[in-house]
Design a protein around this ligand. Structure first.
Ligand code: HEC
Ligand code: HEC
Ligand code: HEC
Ligand code: HEC
Ligand code: HEC
Ligand code: HEC
Length: 439
C-alpha cells in the first residue's frame, strides 16, 4: 500500500507542473508590463472627468495628456495644475502661464480629483493603447485556430484528460499490485480491458463515479437544450439558413453581383431607403430588361419564359396579350407580427449596408437565404455596440438629437454619460426600449 502511495505521489509530482503549465496556457494572457487595475481605474476617471476636452494620445480642446508628466518635469507641479489651473497660474508658475497663453487662454476648469486619482489618470494616459490593441490578439490566420470556443468544450477536454490519467494510474496500480501478489506467491489479478478497468474503478470509487455520470448527464441536457432552443431559428452560424424554393430561378449573384450585371439592390428593392418594407419588385421591373433578353446562359429560355407568362408578354409577336399570372414569391424573411422593423431607419438613417444583415447576397447567393438569425438577441447585440454618428451628421433626425443634447444642461449630462465609452450607441438613444420594437 505504501509503495502504491509513493508511486502515486511521484506521478502527481510529475503531473502537477504539467497541469499548471496547461492552465497557464488556457488562462487569458495578462500583460506583465502594465498594471491593469491602475490602468482601468485611470481610464474610468479620465473618461468621466477629462474626456470632454482631452484625448490620451491626441490633441483636442486640451493637449494630449500622454507624456505630460515628462513635459512638466522640473518646471512645475502638475498635480496643482490639474486641481486648479487658474489658481496655479496666479501663484506665479511660469510654465503654467505659458501653457495657458499657448492654448489661446482657454480655461481648464478646476478638477475634483485626488492626488492618487491624478496619478492613476496620468498612468493611464502614459500607457494608453487604443482599444483592441489592449486585448489579447486574435488568433492569426496563418495558424488555423483550433481553440475550443466554449467553456463546455474545455470542461469536456479536461474531463477526458483526467480520465486518461486515472486510467493509466489504474493500469499502474494493477501492475504494482501484481508485483506484490507475485512476491506473496498469489496468482496475478486478471488483466482488464479499458472498459473493464473503468467498471472496476467505478465500483471502487462510487462517489467519483456518480459525479462523472452526473456531469455527463448535465452535458447531454445542455446539448439538448441548445438544440431545442434553435428550433425555428434560421440563419446565424449555428443552423442551416432558411432557403425556400422560388417559382422562378432568379439569381441574385448574377443580377446584383459586381462582376456580373451589378444592378443596384434598390433598383429592385426601392422601398428600403424610404419606407418600412424593402419590397419585392413586380414582374414589370424585370421586363425593363427581359423584353430584350429572352435567354440566359444557365437556364436558357425556360425560366425567363415564366416572366413572360406572368406579364402576358408574347415574345414572338413582341406584344402584351393582357393575360397576366402574377408571380407568387415565397417569403424568405418573416418576423413575428408583434415586432416592428423599419428598413429606412436602418438603411437611410443608420447607414447600414444590406449585406450586413442579409449576408453576401450579391456574391454568393444564386438563391436568397435568410442569413441572420432575426432573433431579439441579434437586434439587441447590434444596438448595444453600434455607434451612431450624431455630431456633425447631415441627417435631420440626428441634428435634432444633437441640438437637444448639446444645448440643455440635462442633455449635456446625458451626453457625458453616453461618451464614457467614447461613442454613442443605438442603445443609448433608445434602441433597447421594448416599445420601439414591439407593438
Ligand atoms: C473643459 C475642458 C478641460 C477639461 C474638462 C480638462 N482639461 Fe486639461 N486642459 C484643458 C486645456 C484647454 C488645457 C491647455 C491649457 C489651457 O489652455 O489652460 C489643458 C491642459 C492640461 C494639461 C497640460 C498638458 C501639457 O501638455 O502640459 C494636463 C496634464 C491636463 N490638462 C490634464 C487634465 C486632466 C487629468 C483632466 C481631468 C481630470 C483635465 N485636464 C480636464 C482643458 C480641459
Ligand atoms: C433585378 C432585381 C433585383 C435586384 C437587383 C436585387 N434583388 Fe433582391 N430580390 C428580387 C426578387 C425578385 C426577390 C424575390 C425572389 C427571391 O427571393 O429570390 C428578391 C428577394 C430578396 C430578398 C429576400 C426577401 C424575402 O422574401 O425575405 C432579399 C433579402 C434581397 N432580395 C436582398 C437583395 C439585396 C441585398 C440586393 C443587392 C445586393 C438585391 N436583393 C438585389 C429582386 C432583386
Ligand atoms: C437590368 C436588367 C435586368 C433586370 C432588371 C432583370 N434582369 Fe434577369 N437577366 C438580365 C440579363 C442581361 C440576363 C442574361 C444573363 C446571362 O445569363 O447571360 C438575365 C438573366 C436572367 C435569368 C436567366 C439566368 C440564367 O443564367 O439562365 C433569369 C431567370 C432572370 N434573368 C430573371 C429575372 C427576374 C425574375 C427579374 C425581375 C425580378 C430580372 N431578371 C430582372 C438582365 C436583367
Ligand atoms: C438592420 C438589418 C437590415 C438591413 C440593413 C437591411 N435589411 Fe432587409 N430585412 C431585415 C429584416 C429584419 C427583415 C424582415 C422584416 C420582416 O419580416 O418584417 C428584412 C426583410 C427584407 C426583405 C423582404 C421583406 C420586405 O421588407 O420587403 C427584402 C426584400 C429586404 N429585406 C431587402 C433589403 C435590402 C435591399 C437592403 C439594403 C438596401 C436591406 N434589406 C437592408 C433586416 C435588414
Ligand atoms: C447591424 C446592426 C443592426 C441590427 C442587426 C438591427 N439594428 Fe435596429 N438600428 C441600428 C442602427 C444603427 C439604428 C440607428 C438608427 C437610428 O438612430 O434611428 C437602429 C435603430 C432602430 C430602431 C429605432 C430606435 C430609436 O431609438 O428610434 C428600431 C425600432 C430598430 N432599430 C429595430 C430593430 C429590430 C426590430 C431589429 C431586429 C429585427 C434591429 N433593429 C436590428 C442597427 C441595427
Ligand atoms: C431592437 C428590437 C427589440 C427590442 C428593443 C425588444 N425586442 Fe423583444 N423581440 C424582438 C424580436 C425581433 C423578436 C422576435 C424574436 C424571434 O422571432 O425569435 C422579439 C421577441 C420578443 C418576445 C417573444 C419571445 C420570442 O422569443 O419570440 C418577447 C416576450 C419580447 N420580445 C419581449 C421584449 C421586452 C419585454 C422588451 C423590452 C425589455 C423587448 N422585447 C425589447 C425585438 C426587440
Amino acid at each position: 500500500m505504501s509503495l502504491l502511495f509513493r508511486h502515486f505521489r511521484r506521478s502527481a509530482g510529475l503531473l502537477a507542473p504539467a497541469l499548471v503549465a496547461a492552465l497557464l496556457c488556457v488562462a487569458p494572457r495578462v500583460s506583465a508590463q502594465v498594471d491593469q487595475a491602475v490602468y482601468d481605474q485611470g481610464e474610468k476617471l479620465f473618461k468621466a472627468n477629462c474626456g470632454s476636452c482631452h484625448k490620451p494620445d491626441k490633441d483636442m480642446t486640451g493637449p494630449a495628456v500622454k507624456g505630460a508628466r515628462e513635459r512638466w518635469e522640473g518646471k512645475g507641479d502638475l498635480h496643482l495644475w490639474i486641481k486648479d489651473s487658474q489658481a496655479y497660474i496666479k501663484s506665479g508658475n511660469a510654465h503654467a502661464k505659458q501653457l495657458f497663453e499657448e492654448h489661446n487662454k482657454i480655461v481648464m476648469p478646476p478638477q475634483a480629483v485626488s492626488t492618487e486619482e491624478i496619478d492613476a489618470i496620468l498612468y493611464y494616459a502614459d500607457n494608453f493603447a487604443p482599444a483592441g490593441a489592449k486585448k489579447p490578439t486574435e488568433p492569426t490566420a496563418a495558424v488555423p485556430a483550433e481553440e475550443p470556443s466554449s467553456n463546455w468544450e474545455w470542461l469536456v477536454i479536461t474531463g477526458l484528460l483526467l480520465l486518461v490519467v486515472l486510467l493509466s494510474l489504474g493500469g499502474v496500480r494493477t501492475q504494482l499490485a501484481n508485483a506484490v501478489r507475485e512476491k506473496q506467491g498469489l496468482p496475478a489479478e486478471p488483466v482488464l480491458g479499458t472498459w473493464g478497468r473503468i467498471k472496476a474503478w467505478a465500483v471502487r470509487n462510487k462517489g467519483w463515479a456518480s459525479v462523472a455520470v452526473l456531469l455527463i448527464v448535465v452535458w447531454m441536457l445542455v446539448l439538448l437544450w441548445n438544440f431545442l432552443f434553435n428550433i425555428g431559428v434560421y440563419g446565424g452560424d449555428k443552423v442551416a439558413h432558411y432557403k425556400p424554393s422560388q417559382p422562378i430561378a432568379f439569381d441574385h449573384s448574377l443580377h446584383a453581383g459586381k462582376d456580373n450585371l451589378a444592378i443596384n439592390c434598390q433598383y429592385c428593392h426601392s422601398g428600403a431607403e424610404k419606407s418600412r418594407h424593402a419590397g419585392i419588385p413586380s414582374a414589370n421591373v424585370c421586363m425593363n430588361c427581359h423584353q430584350a433578353v429572352s435567354e440566359g446562359t444557365k437556364t436558357g429560355t425556360e425560366e425567363i419564359a415564366k416572366i413572360y407568362a406572368a406579364t402576358g408578354w408574347d415574345p414572338t409577336a413582341m406584344k402584351y396579350t393582357g393575360e397576366q399570372k402574377p408571380i407568387v414569391w415565397n417569403k424568405v424573411h418573416n418576423l413575428p407580427d408583434h415586432v416592428y422593423f423599419n428598413h429606412s431607419q436602418h438603411v437611410a438613417v443608420g447607414k447600414i449596408e444590406c449585406q450586413e444583415c442579409h449576408g453576401p447576397v450579391d456574391t454568393k447567393m444564386d438563391q436568397v437565404e435568410q442569413w441572420s438569425p432575426l432573433t431579439m438577441a441579434w437586434c439587441l447585440d447590434c444596438h448595444n455596440t453600434r455607434e451612431v454618428k450624431v455630431a456633425g451628421s447631415e441627417n435631420g433626425y440626428y441634428k435634432e438629437i444633437h441640438r437637444r443634447l448639446a444645448t440643455t444642461p440635462m442633455g449635456q449630462k446625458e451626453l457625458r454619460k453616453y461618451l464614457e465609452d467614447e461613442k454613442i450607441t443605438v442603445r443609448e438613444l433608445g434602441g433597447f426600449e421594448c416599445a420601439k420594437c414591439h407593438y
